[in-house]
Design a binder for this molecule. Structure first.
Ligand SMILES: Cc1cc2nc3c(=O)[nH]c(=O)nc-3n(C[C@H](O)[C@H](O)[C@H](O)COP(=O)(O)OP(=O)(O)OC[C@H]3O[C@@H](n4cnc5c(N)ncnc54)[C@H](O)[C@@H]3O)c2cc1C
Length: 388
């Protein structure tokens, strides 16, 4: 087992780190977060200029290529500064492109992937509904009804991040009320949003990753042509399960980035700030905070890389990716909290960065899947009866 980066990956990591520090340093990310509800198009454009929307997209379809580890490196390095705003890149270039790459027809791959890779179109993910995100199937009321050479979709989604600026909603809807099995009867659509009648979005004020905006989406008889059905009609839920391990590994990489950013911010601060004639970094209890941060960083990194390594080897990684998601998200919250503590009163001020890491890290114990559900999955994969 070898988790070391290849020479090429290490070069990529260093290049991205330098680029992030030049183009989107922590204080810039903090400033974007203060502009509440204003989508940071300039951040999107920076990713476009650098060609980073194409990382992980097959070269055959206009991308840069690159495996999950390369995408993880990018996610971690950008999250080190951007924290949750890393989803400005992630939603379209990771979540959207991954699904099109896995389930799209050849025609769809040629149509969507080059545009995603070039930053020409944005996706938003519309899976969660107001009645529940954990019990996705049980809560799903949004319906798509066949109409000529397409579908008419009505219902409501919630928490669709960046839906207000997206060109397509990657949306799951019920297409059969009486399926053979409960897990059948749902379908994924790439719903065009531009110049569409019947779609309304409303941003939900929230405590973190505010600039990126997460929305309620109301759909009234919205049109989606047949050529935008992603994958098989009736198998939408199965498709969503197939991308879960990937999503959890990427989320863990994002949390590793939050740990990196929060820890280095705090370590810099304690070497300058003085109390009792010494720098804070000379006090033993503060040094213990730093040691705890380092231990949590190593834990999160190892468990995340183990899951990614197993996935790359084609080994089962269900338990590992869920475990990585739990450990990395919980450690990110604890490290950000310690970073605030080490900043004292200024840790509570919007003008310093630890609070931003702390607010954003809090989300990742809840979504994209709650840690309780990740733990349920681990227990079930260990052979215990399904508890829900
Ligand atoms: C800022 C933000 C951005 C988001 N972005 C998107 C997006 O872009 N697209 C999208 O589709 N969704 C998005 N989501 C939704 C997110 O995926 C859901 O919030 C998440 O899946 C949890 O669903 P829920 O909020 O309905 O909570 P619920 O499902 O109501 O769960 C509430 C609590 O009950 C617990 N619980 C539920 N069932 C069980 C069980 N069987 N055993 C133990 N505990 C259980 C959960 O763990 C949780 O603690 C986002 C959410 C937020 C807050």
């Amino acid at each position: 087992m070898n988790f070391a980066y290849s020479e090429e990956q290490e070069l990529f990591r260093k290049t991205v780190r330098q680029w992030v520090d030049d183009k989107m340093p922590k204080d810039y990310a903090n400033e974007l977060e203060q502009r509440e509800h204003e989508y940071p198009h300039e951040l999107w454009d920076l990713f476009t200029e650098a060609g980073f929307h194409g990382v992980g997209v097959d070269e055959k379809y206009g991308g840069q290529g690159g495996d999950i580890v390369t995408q993880m490196i990018l996610m971690r390095e950008i999250a080190r500064s951007l924290a949750g705003l890393a989803w400005v890149w992630g939603i379209s270039s990771f979540s959207g492109a991954k699904s099109v790459g896995m389930f799209g027809s050849e025609e769809q791959k040629h149509r969507f992937l080059p545009q995603l890779a070039n930053g020409e179109i944005k996706f938003a993910i519309a899976y969660t509904e107001p009645d529940g995100g954990t019990d996705l199937l049980g809560a799903m009321k949004t319906k798509a009804v066949k109409d000529g050479d397409g579908w008419r979709i009505s219902g409501q989604k919630i928490w669709c991040t960046a839906a207000h600026v997206s060109d397509y909603l990657m949306l799951i809807a019920r297409t059969d009320d009486n399926p053979e099995r409960p897990s059948l009867g749902t379908t994924v659509f790439l719903v065009p949003t531009k110049d569409q009648e019947g779609i309304e979005t409303r941003q939900i004020p929230k405590i973190g990753m505010r600039a990126v905006g997460s929305c309620e989406v109301f759909l009234d008889n919205v049109w989606c042509p047949d050529e935008n059905v992603l994958g098989d009609v009736g198998r939408g839920f199965h498709q969503s399960l197939a991308t879960l391990n990937n999503e959890r590994i990427m989320l863990s990489a994002l949390c590793c980035g939050i740990i990196d950013g929060a820890m280095e911010t705090a370590v810099e601060y304690i070497q300058q700030r003085e109390a009792f004639g010494k720098t804070l970094g000379q006090f033993q209890s503060i040094q213990h905070f730093v040691a705890d941060m380092k231990i949590m960083q190593m834990e999160a990194e190892l468990i995340t890389f183990n899951a990614a390594w197993r996935q790359q080897q084609g080994l089962d990684c269900g338990i590992e990716s869920n475990a990585a998601k739990v450990v990395a998200s919980e450690n990110a919250g604890k490290v950000a909290d310690l970073a605030m503590q080490m900043h004292g009163g200024m840790g509570y001020a919007y003008e310093t960065n630890p609070q931003r890491y702390w607010r954003d890290a809090r989300l990742y114990r809840i979504g994209p899947i709650a840690n309780e559900m990740a733990r349920n999955s681990i227990a079930e994969m260990m052979g215990l009866p399904r508890s829900f």
